[in-house]
Design a protein. Structure first.
Length: 150
């Protein structure tokens, strides 16, 4: 499986397979030999309503592997890691069933996302560690200078 380059160090964008099956499709999520797999901690779904922006959050330890099996979600990743050559870089990725990729987000980068689909938008995060509020940092939407209207 070939992944696409990212301008954020450690972030991976991997095309995912949708297998058409009579009666309903199979949407792949993550296999243990896929790029971005570094272990399993938990899998959880999150929803975001159309036009709602959830920003900003960063995990200090967790690697996230995100797919959007339903709806359409725009992700904005911001790298402020001081020792990283891609410091101060932004990257936007739109995931949906029509643009079915897995987004691997490394620890210590900021992420925000916006629901773009007509109805409810659902994302699946397959993370390498169990979620813990003690390893999460949060900022308000205005604390990182990004124009969400673009």
């Amino acid at each position: 499986m070939t992944s696409y380059p990212s301008n954020i160090e450690g972030m991976i964008i991997t095309p995912m397979e949708i297998v058409s099956v009579t009666g309903g499709d199979v949407l792949h999520g993550l296999k243990l030999d896929d790029p971005g797999y570094v272990g399993f901690g938990e899998a959880y779904f999150s929803t975001v309503n159309t036009g709602v922006i959830k920003a900003w959050k960063r995990h200090r330890k967790m690697t996230m592997n995100i797919v959007v099996p339903y709806g359409c979600v725009r992700f904005v990743i911001y790298n402020d890691r001081e020792t990283d050559p891609t410091q101060h870089s932004f990257q936007q990725v739109v995931l949906s069933r029509d643009n079915y990729f897995r987004l691997t987000v490394p620890p210590m980068v900021w992420m925000g996302f916006e629901g773009l689909g007509v109805n409810e938008n659902i994302l699946l995060n397959i993370s390498d560690i169990k979620h813990s509020p003690d390893e999460v940092d949060r900022l308000t939407i205005n604390e990182i200078d990004f124009d969400w209207k673009v």
